[in-house]
Design a protein around this ligand. Structure first.
Ligand SMILES: CC(C)(COP(=O)(O)OP(=O)(O)OC[C@H]1O[C@@H](n2cnc3c(N)ncnc32)[C@H](O)[C@@H]1OP(=O)(O)O)[C@@H](O)C(=O)NCCC(=O)NCCS
Length: 363
């Protein structure tokens, strides 16, 4: 009998502090009009806690929705490019905070594509029988790696986390087909100087965030469209069979473009970028959790997903939802109020980086 990997739990964690476009315009040469019209983003969240804390709240919500205990898990995969530390990984912090003692735990970094990559790997692990219950998470604290003096990239991103539980099932549900790829010729169009390329002896206070938006846009549309075509070819399905498109949220114009290419009407396309910006690996699980909460996903629905990110990584998947769209237990746990505004968290980072740029230019 074939084994599938059903999505039985879903959850999110959105930090309470909101940074609006007008807040950004107080320290950057930008405007609400520019950001909204070019990207669709109105506001984003700024986290006062680390990536692993957001990941843990999202994971608790997903476990509650699945009606499982932490020690039911045998694997935890965290998709992230903003780990709290290089070693140990975020997944081990989540394992510890949940008390999921029997679960193996690792991080996966495919930038914004990480969640779909994780879903692909977890599904294969379940389908081979190697694992039975896997927690997959997308979690990012991008506010800590952005260059807050650069308007072309600082306005695009936000913090957040989302999670899913995948469980072995004999029903044909879950990720039925997926295709992941990497266009490494474009490695340089999105890069952040961090990790071991970060020379601690010569660090002058600037974390280089390099970004060629138009090139990413072009390659992303091409890559996602090709991945979606492969998924349709493999499943023999067409856009007529699709109940919803839930894509990576990087730019509303890009999502509209993709929906047009995939011939999915706008009322079937899930978009929440206006509220959160691009939360990298977290966009997909947050969008899924909200789509289920809002009744946009119905029992047995077929959903197409597409992602892209630094690398340039890319992917698409065809997901069939199971029969349950109600959480088994309430899955609305949140973080405590930070007691500080988003702007108050960002301004010191902006000032420090602006001073560091000035020093570098002078000498
Ligand atoms: C980043 C992105 C929104 C830029 O939109 P765009 O329409 O291509 O804009 P451009 O980069 O051509 O910039 C147009 C002008 O706006 C200016 N501009 C850039 N950012 C601005 C901002 N935040 N506010 C005001 N003006 C801005 C530029 O300086 C440029 O000015 P100029 O014409 O005088 O030179 C778009 O390319 C994009 O969404 N790319 C893909 C998203 C992505 O890569 N996400 C991360 C990977 S997952």
């Amino acid at each position: 009998m074939t084994t599938y990997a059903e999505i039985t739990g879903w959850g999110k964690c959105l930090p309470p502090a909101v940074l609006t476009n007008d807040d950004l315009a107080t320290f950057l040469d930008t405007s609400d009009e520019w950001i909204t019209s070019r990207t669709g983003i109105s506001e984003r969240r700024i986290s006062h806690v680390g990536t692993s804390e957001m990941a843990t709240v999202a994971a608790k919500n997903a476990l509650a929705a699945a009606g499982l205990e932490a020690d039911d898990l045998d694997l935890i995969i965290v998709g992230t490019c903003t780990a709290d530390e290089i070693i140990p990984n975020v997944a081990s912090a989540v394992q510890q905070k949940l008390g999921a003692k029997t679960a193996a735990a690792f991080d996966l970094n495919a930038a914004c594509s990480s969640f779909l990559y994780a879903m692909h790997m977890a599904t294969q692990a379940i389908r081979t029988g190697a694992q039975k219950r896997v927690l997959i998470i997308g979690a990012e604290r991008l506010s800590r790696i952005l260059d807050w003096t650069k308007r072309e990239s600082a306005v695009l991103f936000g913090d957040g986390a989302g999670a899913m539980i995948l469980e072995a099932s004999d029903q044909p549900v879950g990720l039925l087909s997926s295709h992941i790829s990497c266009d490494a010729d474009a490695r340089d169009v999105l890069s952040v100087d961090f990790g071991l390329s970060f020379d601690r002896f010569n660090f002058d206070g600037i974390m280089q965030f390099d970004f060629v938006g138009q090139e990413i846009f072009k390659r992303a549309v091409k890559g996602m469209n090709a991945a979606v075509a492969k998924v349709f070819e493999e499943t023999g399905m067409t856009t007529d069979d699709v109940d919803a498109l839930i894509p990576h949220q990087a730019n509303k114009r890009l999502i509209d473009h993709l929906a047009k290419l995939c011939k999915v009407p706008s009322d079937k396309t899930v978009i929440n970028i206006q509220n959160y910006g691009n939360t990298s690996s977290a966009t997909l699980p947050i969008a899924f959790a909200e789509a289920v909460e809002q009744g946009l996903v119905k029992p047995g629905d077929s959903i197409i997903s597409a992602v892209f990110g630094g690398g340039l990584t890319c992917g698409a998947g065809l997901i069939r939802w199971g029969q349950r769209v109600e959480p088994k237990q309430p899955n609305n746990m949140t973080l405590d109020d930070p007691g500080i505004s988003a702007l108050e968290m960002i301004l010191p980072m902006h000032e420090k980086t602006a001073a560091a740029w000035k020093k570098r230019q002078q000498g």
